[in-house]
Design a protein. Sequence first.
Length: 256
Amino acid sequence: MDYAGEKSIARKLVLQAGKLSLLGFGELLDSNLKKGNQDIVTKYDKQIEEFLREELEKEFPLIGFIGEEGGQQRKEKNWVIDPIDGTSYYARGIGEYSVNLSLTQGEKTLFGFTYCPAQNELYEAQINEGAFCNGRKITASTVGDFGQAMLSFGGIELQEKKTDLAILSLSKRVRCVRMGSCARELCLIACGKVDLLVKQKQSIWDFAAGKLILREANAELTDFNGEKKWDWSGKNSNHLIASNKILHERFLKEFD
């Protein structure tokens, strides 16, 4: 199905939202703890989501919303919005953050955008049309050896749990380790710059765009059981493993 009109407007808006985010980049003192956890939110998280909602509703009043800051107004099709994924980095002036927008139907992402303003990188994908960064087609790496792989992880509690111990064990065997925000790290998997990703406690807006970008870049995204059953409720209950297809099965065995 052709989503050229929706996609064109969404692309323009996500780029504008990214420019808006740069106005508050590094304003740590303007951030506050979110109620009930240690995530932080800035006024720009709220302003960007409000901007995207207002502009999209003008153009597409029959499409609903699932957003991190503004709640949910679900319809047959929905815009999924994460105005700033990686707010902790953003508030400290570290460029590992992104603006995310995707169009979904049910639990299927039709197309999605992840824009990284600090790097001026726009990642996008549409079903069966490939994945792209700034118009250039991207694909996951072909690294097949943990010893040559770059691992990214986050949301790990580092307790005496089987999964945490497996991640710590793996981190000692890979070539190097990094940490970053979920959406941007998924895109780095998709373009072959990172090979493995483990993320716990993610909400659907953190990866609604990224899961399609990964698929179209010939990468894999599953939960710790190797399944693709995601919680769309908005709770931080999704545990993610992303990697190229060569490493994915080997990676899952670490959690057996």
